[in-house]
Design a protein around this ligand. Structure first.
Ligand code: PRP
Length: 211
C-alpha cells in the first residue's frame, strides 16, 4: 500500500482530527509524545502526518506535498485552492460574519470600509449586495479597526463571540457557517484512491456517530 501523507492543522483542531484518525485505525504513538517535531510516520499503517500552520494546509494539499488534509471552510472560500473537498467533519464550527459597533448604521452614500483577513470572502459577499467597499487587509486583531475608526465594519470569524463582546462590538450580519473539511489532492484522489476512500469512509462514520 502507498503511504498517505496527511497535513494536520497545528493546534486544537488538528489534535481533534488526529484523535479521529487514531480511532479510525491510523495511530502514530510518536506523534502523541509531543515536542517540536513536525513529521511522524506509522510505516505499518502507511500514514505520515505533518503539523502545518492551519492557513497553509490547503497549499500542501494543492501542491501534493500532502495527499489529504483538514482545513476550515473559511480558507477554502478565501483562497479557492484546486483540491477536492471530501467531507464536512462537523468540528471547528464557527461563522463568518460582519461585525461592528452596535450603533453602526450603513449609508449607501459612503463607500463601506471593511477590515478583514478575508478580502476575497468580503469582496464576494458585498458584490452580491452591489455594495461598494474599501477593503483594509489586516493579518490579525481585526477588532481594533472599527474601535479606532479605521473601518466601519469587520468581516471575521466569530466562534464564541468573546472577542467581539470584550471589545464592545457585535455581529451585524452572518455571512456563512464554517466548519472543518477533509480535502484531497487532485491526483492523489486517482492514484491513492483506495486508501483515501477508506480514510474518508471511516471519518464519515465517526462524524455520523458523533452527530
Ligand atoms: C480569531 C478571529 C477573532 C476570534 C474569534 O482570531 O479573528 O478575533 O478568533 O473567536 P471568538 O468569537 O471565540 O472570540 P485569532 O484567535 O485567530 O487571532 P487573530 O486576532 O490574531 O486573528
Amino acid at each position: 500500500m502507498k503511504t498517505v501523507n496527511i497535513a494536520l492543522p497545528k493546534g486544537r483542531l488538528g489534535e481533534k482530527v488526529y484523535e479521529l484518525m487514531k480511532t479510525a485505525g491510523y495511530p502514530c504513538p510518536e506523534l502523541e509524545a509531543g515536542g517540536r517535531k513536525l513529521i511522524f510516520e506509522n510505516a505499518e499503517k502507511c500514514v505520515r502526518y505533518f503539523w502545518v500552520k492551519p492557513s497553509d494546509v490547503a497549499i500542501y494539499v494543492e501542491r501534493g506535498a500532502a495527499d489529504i488534509g483538514v482545513v476550515g471552510k473559511d480558507i477554502l472560500l478565501e483562497y479557492e485552492p484546486e483540491v477536492y473537498e471530501l467531507l464536512d467533519l462537523n468540528i471547528g464550527k464557527c461563522r463568518m460574519a460582519v461585525a461592528g459597533k452596535a450603533s453602526f448604521r450603513d449609508s449607501a452614500v459612503h463607500t463601506l470600509r471593511v477590515a478583514t483577513k478575508f478580502p476575497n470572502i468580503a469582496k464576494t459577499y458585498y458584490a452580491g449586495k452591489c455594495r461598494d467597499i474599501d477593503i483594509i487587509h489586516l493579518n490579525g486583531s481585526i477588532e481594533l479597526a472599527p474601535i479606532l475608526e479605521m473601518s466601519d465594519v469587520i468581516v471575521d470569524i466569530v466562534e464564541t463571540g468573546t472577542t467581539l463582546r470584550e471589545n464592545n462590538l457585535e455581529v451585524l450580519e452572518t455571512i456563512v457557517p464554517i466548519s472543518a473539511r477533509l480535502i484531497c489532492n487532485i491526483s492523489s484522489m486517482k492514484f491513492k484512491a483506495e486508501t483515501v476512500n477508506t480514510i474518508r469512509r471511516s471519518l464519515e462514520e465517526q462524524v455520523r456517530q458523533g452527530s
